[in-house]
Design a protein around this ligand. Structure first.
Ligand code: NAP
Length: 259
């Protein structure tokens, strides 16, 4: 399918690895020029070079922490006017509900709620002026079904979801579509660290933790960054112009709900 976005310019935050990289590759395959971002310059440059060579699109790499004002300023300066924004950042650490102090919540809110909101506020006005734009926020299945040990994630992402629900409906009339893409478990470094956490807590191997987790997923496996990226690229495509403010699960059926 031609996604109709060849030549569009996209910023993909937190995209040297994992789900962000999956989104970046799928957008590059659709012909988008990219601004990529991550904190670590080495992996970021390697990903940027891989995408340039494989897809023949322009790629600018900005090493910066997207959860800080300074980091976002660097990314926004390199980005200029863009048509597509994919918001992403690392997820908060696991723990127990009684462990988290104000500072832990502030960090989670900065990373997983206020950073994407700041990027939306910076980039959506020029999309509206030009009458076309797409924003996809990578959130989590924890928005629909809480994951106890990821209470910081449950809280911060729910806040972003509320903001997007209202904002997406305010900007849709100007041709800008904002939606959230909710990953269930995917085979990335994040999943490796979550399995390591279960391994430690339960005294089992990480391999066993993965086998146990797969049994809870109707698809019987972890998702891939490529599958996730393809869904993101579709939401950024010309075909997704009537999808507004939705929370789209990409979880192999992991969330057991009718709606
Ligand atoms: P990942 O494999 O650990 O990759 C994270 C990427 O984000 C890396 O490129 C990392 O590079 C970059 N990054 C992290 N913090 C950053 C920051 N502050 N500023 C800029 N770049 C940053 O993680 P993932 O699995 O792709 O997960 C992406 C998001 O989806 C996370 O918020 C995660 O919690 C959420 N999620 C993932 C899953 C899953 O199963 N994988 C499920 C539900 C939700 P640097 O470290 O070099 O910055």
């Amino acid at each position: 399918m031609d996604l109709g976005i060849k030549g569009r310019r996209a910023v993909v935050c937190a995209s040297s690895k994992g789900l962000g990289r999956g989104c970046a590759e799928a957008l590059a395959e659709a012909g988008c020029d990219l601004v990529l971002n991550a904190r670590g310059a080495e992996a970021l440059e390697a990903t940027a070079e891989h995408i340039r060579t494989k897809y023949g699109v322009n790629v600018v790499a900005v090493a910066a922490d997207i959860t800080t004002d300074e980091g976002r300023a660097k990314v926004l300066k390199a980005a200029g006017e863009v048509d597509i924004l994919v918001n992403n950042a690392g997820g908060p650490p696991p723990g127990m509900w009684h462990d988290w102090e104000r500072e832990d919540f502030i960090k989670a809110l900065d990373a997983n709620m206020l950073a994407p909101i700041a990027m939306i506020k910076a980039l959506v006005p020029s999309m509206m002026d030009r009458g076309w734009g797409r924003v996809v926020n990578i959130t989590s299945q924890s928005v629909k079904a809480p994951i106890g040990v990821l209470g910081l994630s449950n809280s911060a992402r729910a806040g972003l979801t509320g903001y997007v629900a209202g904002t997406s409906r305010q900007v849709a009339g100007s041709g800008v579509n904002i939606n959230n893409l909710l990953p269930g478990i995917h085979a990335t470094d994040r999943a490796v660290s979550l399995d390591a956490g279960v391994s430690k807590a339960q005294g089992i191997t990480s391999e066993q933790a993965k086998i146990d987790r797969c049994k809870t997923i109707p698809a019987g496996r972890y998702g891939t960054a490529e599958e996730f990226g393809a869904m993101c690229a579709f939401l950024c495509s010309t075909h997704a112009g009537f999808i507004v403010g939705q929370n789209i699960l990409h979880d192999g059926g992991g969330v057991n709900a009718t709606f």
